[in-house]
Design a protein. Structure first.
Lengths: 193, 418
């Protein structure tokens, strides 16, 4: 194993690689998604062809919840475990990508990734109604990237103080952009109603 | 002149709002007697700098919310500003109870992006590290949970073995807590001569201790009354809140990444995945006790199967040059300088690499643009998702049981805040 192999090279044994195991399943699932949602699926990146380790499905942001719900409940998919929800600042025209990492925990044990591209200032529909656990992850995306989620029940900052200005994980936020507050974050009794 | 009490009330944001107290409902016998209490960020019952604000009705939690971020160190931002090699030390400070596990997961994530495969000995060594970390983490979780509920001696049984495990880790890498043991494509050092034997002796001793701990507490009447049926989080709730690891297995989710999506050589070792079904504090305790036993089995098997051999990959991109080459040749010196000052380029691509950590699914989602620094370094800590589940878990429970619930899901603030 010497040389310039990268992610295109399958190293299935020790890194939990799944390319051979799930190649057929993924192809079937992608075809089914394309047939069902058609133009909603903007692009698909497949492992072995593109520089990804699992299929990445780019979905138009308005339909992303329908697609995720379908992938959660549909027989043959059953991606019931929301492994991660995050975002990436791509510094290109649709500036951000919201990333959903899914895992079929009870059935095939395969993973898949759904992404939607978001411009600055645009909103993404919230996933809280499908997975209540997405609540804090979405709050973190808002806190760190400034992407708002439509219909989110409680979109406050989570890691940073409520009084913080700016969104630290944006590429244009300085590395040492410290902000200090003399008092702790106050309790909000309204949250307890 | 403002009194001190008024100042505090105001700083807590309770200045003019007394409305939480009064419902004006004639049937509500608790009207005008609800209290809001604030626990944390620095409170003995809170594990790390966590904060919970709860509205109490008598002793019962009616509604609560959690706050964290007090130890936020911007690790994801640092991941974008440090080279891949420099970031190894930051992974220690994620889940500091099982630092080795984070080291291994991070190394695997970068190696996977680069298509590097490490030698067999390294993989076995990493597996031992992971399992040692799991045992240590479970000991601290079980012990602290028991201390919170008043069983102090139980904690000391585990703590002694934990210290011995730390001594073993110290022999590996010189540090006890912040290990930074892995490198991309290898390990910091090989294990010293005879280390496997010491580990096996430790395993034999620990087996006895965990058996003793099991007997001490599992059938204990007080412990059972305090934990059975408390803070129940069933299978559906676990799936809603993305619970993983022992907390999910306690609710009957038959899933373990080591078995279902095996990385490293977990295919080649035999172990059982313990499952409970109720998802209460007691079941989480039982699952952890059994997992310690299984981890000890895995460690013993790894020690037997580990053979002598190289620990570094031959790949020149990531291999740290040997010290005699650095000190005696110009090329070696340049290589050394370039390696540590500029770092190595990781090919373009993205990967989400997971490992079964002590608390659940630890994941690194790395997006590389072909530079020596990551474009995005996302860390998925299981504690975030578990802590989120605490609010629905303790609703309707007594305030004292909140302490039991918090201890049983093992929140590590370092992993939570990142």
């Amino acid at each position: 194993m010497i040389g310039n192999e990268d992610i295109r090279t399958p190293v299935p044994t020790i890194y939990g690689g799944m390319r051979e195991q799930f190649a057929d399943l993924w192809k079937k699932q992608v075809a089914e998604l394309k047939a069902k949602f058609g133009g909603t699926i903007e692009a698909v990146k497949m492992p072995g062809v593109d520089l990804v380790e699992v299929p990445v499905i780019y979905v138009k942001k308005d339909q992303v919840i329908e697609v995720l719900k379908f992938m959660k409940d549909q027989e043959g998919f059953r991606y019931e475990f929301l492994a991660d929800l995050t975002a990436v600042d791509e510094e290109s025209d649709p500036r951000f990508e919201v990333v959903y990492n899914l895992y079929a925990v009870f059935t095939s044990h395969s993973r898949i990734r759904v992404k939607c591209k978001v411009r600055e200032g645009e909103e993404v529909p919230t996933l809280v109604n499908v997975w209540p656990g997405a609540n804090w992850a979405e709050r973190e995306v808002w806190d760190m990237f400034g992407i708002r989620f439509t219909g989110h029940p409680d979109l406050r900052r989570i890691l940073m103080d409520e009084r913080w200005v700016g969104h630290p994980l944006r590429k244009d936020y300085p590395l040492r952009g410290y902000q200090l507050f003399p008092t702790p974050e106050p309790i909000d009794p309204k949250l307890l109603d | 002149m403002e009194t001190r009490a008024e100042k505090i009330t105001e700083s807590l944001g309770l200045g003019n709002s007394q409305h939480y107290n009064i419902t004006h409902d004639p049937d509500d016998i608790w009207d005008d007697s609800r209290v809001i209490i604030n626990i944390g960020p620095t409170h003995p019952a809170m594990h790390g700098a966590l904060r919970m604000v709860a509205k109490l009705n008598g002793e019962t939690i009616e509604k609560s919310y959690c706050m964290f971020g007090y130890t936020h160190r911007a690790k994801e931002k640092l991941g974008e500003n440090r080279t891949y090699h420099q970031f190894v030390v930051y992974t220690d400070r994620l889940n500091y109870c099982s630092a080795l596990n984070n080291n291994v997961t991070y190394a695997m994530a970068v190696e996977r992006l680069m298509g590097i495969q490490v030698p067999d000995r390294t993989v076995w060594l990493r597996m031992i590290c992971c399992e040692l970390a799991r045992v240590i983490d479970h000991f601290i979780c079980l012990g602290i949970n028991a201390v919170d509920l008043g069983a102090f001696s139980f904690f000391l049984y585990g703590f002694h073995q934990r210290e011995e495990a730390y001594t073993l880790i110290e022999k590996l890498c010189g540090a006890r807590l912040t290990t930074s043991y892995t490198r991309i494509g290898g390990m910091m050092h090989d294990a010293p001569e005879g280390w496997e034997k010491e580990v096996k002796a430790w395993v034999a001793r620990t087996r006895k201790v965990i058996q003793e701990m099991d007997e001490l507490l599992t059938t204990n009447k007080i412990w059972r009354q305090r934990t059975v049926g408390v803070a129940v989080f069933d299978k559906e709730d676990c799936m809603k809140y993305s619970f993983s690891g022992p907390n999910a297995r306690a609710a009957g989710i038959d899933h373990d990444l080591r078995r279902d999506q095996p990385n490293m050589f977990y295919k080649d070792v035999e172990f059982d995945v313990p499952i409970a079904k109720n998802g209460d504090v007691f079941d989480r305790y039982l699952v952890r006790i059994e997992e310690v036993k299984q981890s000890l089995n895995i460690i013993a098997q790894c020690c037997d199967k580990m053979k002598k051999g190289p620990i570094w990959t031959e790949d020149k991109r990531v291999r740290i040059p040997d010290k005699d080459v650095v000190h005696n040749t110009m090329e070696g010196l340049i290589h050394h300088f370039k390696f540590f000052m500029t770092g190595f380029d990781v090919p373009e691509g993205e990967a989400y690499t997971v490992n079964e950590g002590a608390n659940g699914e630890v994941g690194f989602y790395i997006v590389s643009k072909g530079a020596p620094r990551a474009h995005r370094m996302r860390i998925r800590g299981p504690s975030v998702w578990h802590f989120q589940g605490l609010t629905p878990m303790v609703e309707g429970e007594k305030i004292g049981d909140m302490v039991a619930a918090l201890g049983s899901i093992n929140i590590i603030a370092g992993e939570l805040d990142r």
